[in-house]
Ligand binder design. Structure first.
Ligand code: FAD
Ligand code: SF4
Length: 511
């Protein structure tokens, strides 16, 4: 008998460790571990999503005749650690060995690597084949390159998978259609609302458990609307392909008041916990293009997010951990402002992103990158605090995907391993891509004075603070040239306002 532990983000029948499962002989072990719910105080919707997906997945396995040992959160015998539960199951069931799938987080891999010693049984850790690029191939691609540009990795992946290819050429004769994907949302365009999922009895049970155990975690359960089974996730995929994919490209970077989801897919939560495979999503999108139901700029832009960015950040995470997490290239030292938890900054863009995050455990990419991420970058918030926030607040957050996106892309803490320049922007960018500024108490055109948009003085303070560091970066030439031409009095006033503002909202963390 082989014991096959399945983790909360591995709710997939395609799991490598289940490939040779013999229902007549083997046992699947699933455990709800308190430590996993609290190592950071995750958003209640994330905990509910994972526990509900696990319970549904266990029921599906049982429906297929598989024996599942399921240890619930409230089980009095639960030791609340993976290692403790694997050891307990091994003592109870006396398997000949353990077969599992590579986990998504470094700390869990460390735990898994101790299972052999804890149980005195052979433990086989299999590659997570749900991803389209295995870790060895990524390592090979990375080689000794100084900079690991996603765009080149993505092209390799297109060639390797054949997605959106005509022979060895990209369809449409271009690899990337991003230049067509930068529109703000016109008032007359109304994105279709996301599909609704009614919580069933299992999910309701989980809600009660989450309310009982985690009442003080940031966020609410009321608006929970995540697929919790593979069937629901496939319905969400169909809904996206039929109703939103067509315009995904055009408005990928837009933000709009009252429009939390725009034309985004809302599929990261399902993919990240195993309910959908990245390949089936990419194929569904490609199929829509080949059938003439979605334009290439939308489909290529969408496939790039999954085949490119998602695979790339995972490869980078495993290539660079554990040291990656320690990097703080911009020597950021300030504390995360309180308004990341209480949306009361008065900055309309910021408060909208935090309110939405609290209520739905979701914000789309541009809100994460160019509002909350951009603020943290400009303000010089310590990477540990920024990472902890992002890991807590989103229903799709797991360290393998959260860390590179935050550390590398949003706050440039990795010094440029991932992004060739920091994604720093003033209020003008937010104004161009959203309608927030029109209703904001701050004036997006002002850089100093009581009503000055904080993103403006923070931006110029950031550029001035790091001018020497970016002096030789051609992609920073424009802002640095503008800085040099700036009236020194104006710059000094902006920097003084920035310092006073930051000392009030984000004091330095003691070293
Ligand atoms: C600071 C920051 C933190 C982030 N943290 C997470 C996180 O914890 N978990 C997470 O899954 N994504 C994260 N992302 C990436 C991205 O914002 C989310 O994947 C996306 O918003 C999820 O919503 P969606 O499914 O509607 O995505 P869409 O905009 O519809 O995109 C489609 C899919 O592409 C994938 N994708 C897009 N961009 C990325 C990316 N940069 N990295 C990895 N996958 C991507 C996702 O799987 C997503 O479902 C983060 C991005 C930033 C800038
Ligand atoms: S004015 Fe500044 S703070 Fe207000 S919404 Fe615009 S960018 Fe955000």
């Amino acid at each position: 008998m082989i014991l096959r532990p399945v983790l909360g983000d591995q709710c997939s029948h395609a799991l490598a460790s289940l490939a040779d499962l013999d229902p007549a002989r083997d046992v699947v072990l699933m455990v709800e571990v308190m430590r996993e719910c609290t190592y950071v105080p995750h958003h209640p919707q994330k905990i509910a999503l994972i526990l509900s997906a696990m319970r549904h997945f266990a029921a599906e396995l049982r429906g297929r005749g598989v024996r599942v040992e399921y240890v619930a959160l409230d089980d009095p015998a639960n030791t609340h650690s993976f290692r403790g539960e694997v050891r307990r199951a091994a003592e109870r069931l006396r398997p000949a060995g353990i077969v599992c799938t590579h986990p998504g987080e470094f700390r869990v891999l460390e735990d898994m690597q101790g299972w052999e010693e804890a149980t005195a049984l052979p433990v086989e850790i299999r590659e997570d084949t749900r991803f389209l690029c295995d870790l060895q191939s990524f390592r090979r691609w990375a080689g000794d390159k100084k900079q690991l540009r996603m765009e080149f990795f993505y092209r390799e992946m297109r060639r390797k998978t054949g997605l959106l290819m005509e022979g060895d050429q990209p369809v449409g004769a271009k690899w990337n259609f991003d230049a067509e994907n930068r529109s703000a949302l016109p008032a007359e365009v109304l994105p279709p609302p996301p599909m609704r999922f009614v919580p069933d009895a299992t999910t309701q049970e989980v809600f009660a458990l989450v309310r009982k155990h985690f009442p003080h975690h940031f966020g609410t359960l009321d608006a929970f609307n995540w697929p919790v089974t593979a069937d629901e996730a496939r319905a969400a995929l169909r809904d996206f392909v039929e109703r939103r994919l067509e315009r995904f490209g055009d408005f990928q970077d837009a933000m709009a008041e009252g429009q939390a989801t725009l034309f985004h897919a809302l599929l990261s939560t399902s993919m990240n916990c195993g309910l959908l495979l990245p390949r089936e999503i990419c194929e569904a999108a490609e199929g829509a293009w080949r059938a003439g139901r979605a334009p290439l700029n939308a489909v290529e832009g969408f496939v790039r997010q999954i085949l490119g960015w998602r695979e790339y950040v995972r490869g980078l995470y495993w290539l660079r951990m554990p040291r990656y997490r320690e990097l703080n290239a911009l020597e950021a030292r300030r504390a995360l402002p309180e308004f990341y938890w209480e949306p009361n900054s008065g900055m309309r863009c910021m408060d909208a992103a935090v309110t939405q995050t609290r209520d739905t455990a979701y914000a789309h990419h541009i809100q994460r990158l160019m509002v909350t991420g951009n603020f943290a970058l400009l303000a010089g918030i310590h990477p540990d605090q920024v990472n902890a926030w992002y890991l807590v607040v989103y229903a799709d957050a797991y360290e393998w995907v959260e860390l590179p996106n935050v550390h590398g892309m949003a706050i440039h803490a990795d010094g440029g391993i991932m992004a060739s320049k920091p994604y720093a922007a003033s209020g003008a960018y937010i104004n161009r891509m959203s309608d927030h500024c029109r209703k904001c108490a701050f004036d997006v055109k002002a850089s100093v004075g009581e009503r000055a948009c904080p993103f403006n003085h923070l931006y110029w303070d950031f550029i001035a603070r790091h001018a020497a560091r970016f002096a030789n970066n051609p992609r920073m030439a424009m802002p640095l040239a503008t800085l040099r031409k700036m009236d020194p009095g104006k710059l000094a006033a902006m920097r003084a306002q920035s310092a006073a503002f930051l000392d009030r909202v984000a004091p330095e963390v003691p070293a």
